[in-house]
Write a protein of this length. Structure first.
Length: 201
């Protein structure tokens, strides 16, 4: 019988030191064999002045502490942290990517491609042997035009794609449902607040 390889992936390596340590432990315990590392972390946070290690520095630590056991992927993001390029069509007034709830589809294709390639280069230029791409919040699979750029970047860099969603039309429906649920949650909170204020009167 031909053996099948099961890929067990952990996301979001490279930002939170506690999460990073847990992922390293999981790799060394052979519980995980694929790590999706965020590429755009510069070591700074909004709330803290303390500087942590950057994405490439954290990736080097991962390689060192696991002896290269797991496959490392570049976890492309448009919804967390700061962009590496200017990416004016993707950021908020503070220069950060808009979060998943505030995400806007009005992204310029050229800026998107430049940003995604720059995120890949964070690892390749640091000699981190990445084997595949994935995307934070699956955002690049939600809309056909984003998905096409995702495919182009993967092809240009000769990397595989590992994403839970691979059908943009169906994924877009999931995204719309996701936003509706968020909207309903916000409305319920507003109703509760209104009811509470009325009761106080």
């Amino acid at each position: 019988m031909k053996k099948k390889k099961v890929i067990v992936t952990t996301d979001d390596y490279g930002v939170n030191p506690t999460v990073n340590d847990a992922i390293i432990d999981a790799v060394n315990a052979c519980k995980v064999n694929s790590i999706a590392a965020l590429p755009n972390y510069d070591g700074m946070t909004k709330k803290r002045k303390k500087k942590y290690k950057t994405s490439s520095e954290n990736a080097k630590i991962l390689l060192d502490k696991t002896n290269g056991k797991g496959e490392i992927g570049c976890h492309l993001t448009l919804t967390s942290g700061r962009p590496i390029t200017k990416a004016k069509s993707m950021i908020d007034k503070d220069g950060y990517f808009r979060g998943i709830y505030e995400f806007k589809r009005t992204i310029k294709p050229k800026e998107l491609r430049e940003e995604l390639n720059a995120q890949v280069k964070v690892f390749t230029e640091a000699n981190i042997p990445i084997t595949h791409l994935s995307c934070h919040h699956n955002i690049l699979t939600f809309f056909p035009e984003l998905y096409q750029e995702y495919l182009k970047v993967a092809k240009d860099n000769k990397l595989a794609i590992r994403s839970g969603n691979s059908h943009p039309k169906k994924s877009m429906n999931k995204f719309l449902v996701f936003l509706r649920v968020k909207l309903m949650d916000d409305m319920n909170k507003s109703c509760l607040l209104y009811t509470s204020d009325a009761a106080d009167e």
